[in-house]
Design a binder for this molecule. Structure first.
Ligand SMILES: *[C@@H]1O[C@H](CO)[C@@H](O)[C@H](O)[C@H]1NC(C)=O
Ligand SMILES: *[C@@H]1O[C@H](CO)[C@@H](O)[C@H](O)[C@H]1NC(C)=O
Ligand SMILES: *[C@@H]1O[C@H](CO)[C@@H](O)[C@H](O)[C@H]1NC(C)=O
Ligand SMILES: *[C@@H]1O[C@H](CO)[C@@H](O)[C@H](O)[C@H]1NC(C)=O
Ligand SMILES: *[C@@H]1O[C@H](CO)[C@@H](O)[C@H](O)[C@H]1NC(C)=O
Ligand SMILES: *[C@@H]1O[C@H](CO)[C@@H](O)[C@H](O)[C@H]1NC(C)=O
Ligand SMILES: *[C@@H]1O[C@H](CO)[C@@H](O)[C@H](O)[C@H]1NC(C)=O
Ligand SMILES: *[C@@H]1O[C@H](CO)[C@@H](O)[C@H](O)[C@H]1NC(C)=O
Ligand SMILES: *[C@@H]1O[C@H](CO)[C@@H](O)[C@H](O)[C@H]1NC(C)=O
Ligand SMILES: *[C@@H]1O[C@H](CO)[C@@H](O)[C@H](O)[C@H]1NC(C)=O
Ligand SMILES: *[C@@H]1O[C@H](CO)[C@@H](O)[C@H](O)[C@H]1NC(C)=O
Length: 254
């Protein structure tokens, strides 16, 4: 009986002691807790846990169960090389399953915008190379600046980093994507990349790789996403024209 009372008293004291050490009025302990290198050296961002991705993202389900977008168009994300790829598959309600693959020394990101003017606090999902492991962030893109907020709901993040090839998959509850009408699940889609400082957890300004030419319905696998940034053909034509011009000039000189 005595032992039980003692044990209970001890437990109560233990609990009290625990709350006392947490209390701000004990400033000696507090200052030493916050000064611990362990605490100050960890970047102050809580990120979703990331499990290793053991396979390469594939385009097999494109136009069947998932919407796909890529640069260059229709490039295969499963083989080596510069292919930026995103696939989106509707799950339940506002939950969508994303697969993102791209090339970057820092991070790759997929953005969803309600307006054609991208970068007005657009929902952005970021997969960064943090010492050859994927670190996952949610962020808002406002006026060309990505601000990590980690407030968007995301689950089941898998990721891999292979040299500069970053791949990640995740399930996200997309804000404002209520599934009543297709207009509600339609977004301007973008892929971007940029630099990442893994010590401070800061993202460099994003370089746009793909911007969809129109709002695309994320719930419709059959949607074809055209890249409004496809300036490659005209640049090619220009350089070709230049070559021909130089050739003609050369021949005239002969
Ligand atoms: C300790 O503090 C927390 C939060 O202030 C409170 O919920 C909890 O009941 C306290 N525990 C004890 C044993 O006082
Ligand atoms: C906290 O530290 C300050 C300055 O060191 C001291 O003046 C104050 O009395 C301390 N407060 C408590 C609750 O120990
Ligand atoms: C904080 O910890 C250091 C050693 O870890 C110790 O020397 C110092 O006295 C402590 N400071 C306080 C206010 O307890
Ligand atoms: C951080 O501190 C906790 C206890 O304060 C310790 O268990 C843990 O190993 C430390 N982690 C690192 C990386 O030092
Ligand atoms: C981390 O904390 C520092 C100082 O408290 C702050 O300046 C910085 O913006 C924070 N970083 C993030 C990503 O929240
Ligand atoms: C993703 O991570 C989970 C564990 O969280 C694991 O069971 C699963 O096999 C991983 N998926 C792939 C494709 O690697
Ligand atoms: C994934 O693709 C890379 C080329 O980017 C290749 O080297 C690797 O073997 C592939 N891994 C799997 C599991 O197929
Ligand atoms: C982003 O992608 C482009 C095109 O592949 C590449 O030139 C650039 O170096 C990449 N950015 C980073 C930070 O790796
Ligand atoms: C983006 O959000 C920030 C902070 O919530 C706000 O100050 C800013 O005006 C917003 N920008 C736009 C374009 O809505
Ligand atoms: C969702 O819609 C509300 C109201 O229309 C708007 O204020 C908010 O910025 C939107 N959120 C996102 C992430 O687009
Ligand atoms: C997808 O589009 C093709 C032609 O663009 C059409 O034949 C096919 O029926 C469509 N599939 C669905 C599921 O809408």
């Amino acid at each position: 009986m005595f032992a039980v009372v003692m044990a209970m008293a001890h437990m109560a004291m233990g609990a009290e002691a625990q709350n006392t050490t947490m209390a701000p009025n004990s400033n000696a302990t507090m200052s030493n807790v916050t000064m611990a290198p362990n605490v100050t050296m960890t970047p102050n961002v809580t990120t979703a846990p990331v499990t290793a991705l053991t396979v390469n993202i594939s385009m097999a389900e494109c136009k069947k169960s998932q919407l796909c977008a890529a640069k260059p168009p229709d490039c295969d994300p499963a083989v080596a090389g510069s292919c930026f790829f995103v696939s989106i598959k509707k799950s339940l309600g506002q939950i969508f399953f994303f697969q993102l693959r791209g090339v970057s020394s820092g991070y790759i990101a997929v953005g969803l915008s309600k307006t054609s003017t991208q970068g007005q606090n657009d929902t952005t999902y970021v997969c960064a190379n943090s010492n050859r492991k994927v670190k996952f962030f949610t962020a808002l893109l406002d006026k060309g600046v990505l601000t990590i907020n980690n407030k968007l709901h995301v689950e089941s993040v898998n990721g891999s980093v292979n040299n500069q090839i970053i791949q990640c998959t995740f399930s996200a509850t997309v804000p404002n994507a209520t599934d009543t009408r297709s207009i509600d699940t339609s977004f301007y889609l973008s892929i971007s990349n940029g630099t990442f400082n893994s010590v401070t957890d800061t993202l460099g300004s994003p370089q746009a790789i793909l911007n969809s030419d129109k709002a695309v319905d994320l719930a419709d696998p059959n949607t074809t996403v055209l890249n409004s940034l496809n300036s490659a053909p005209s640049a090619f034509c220009l350089s070709q024209a230049l070559l021909i011009l130089i050739g003609v000039l050369g021949m005239m000189l002969l």
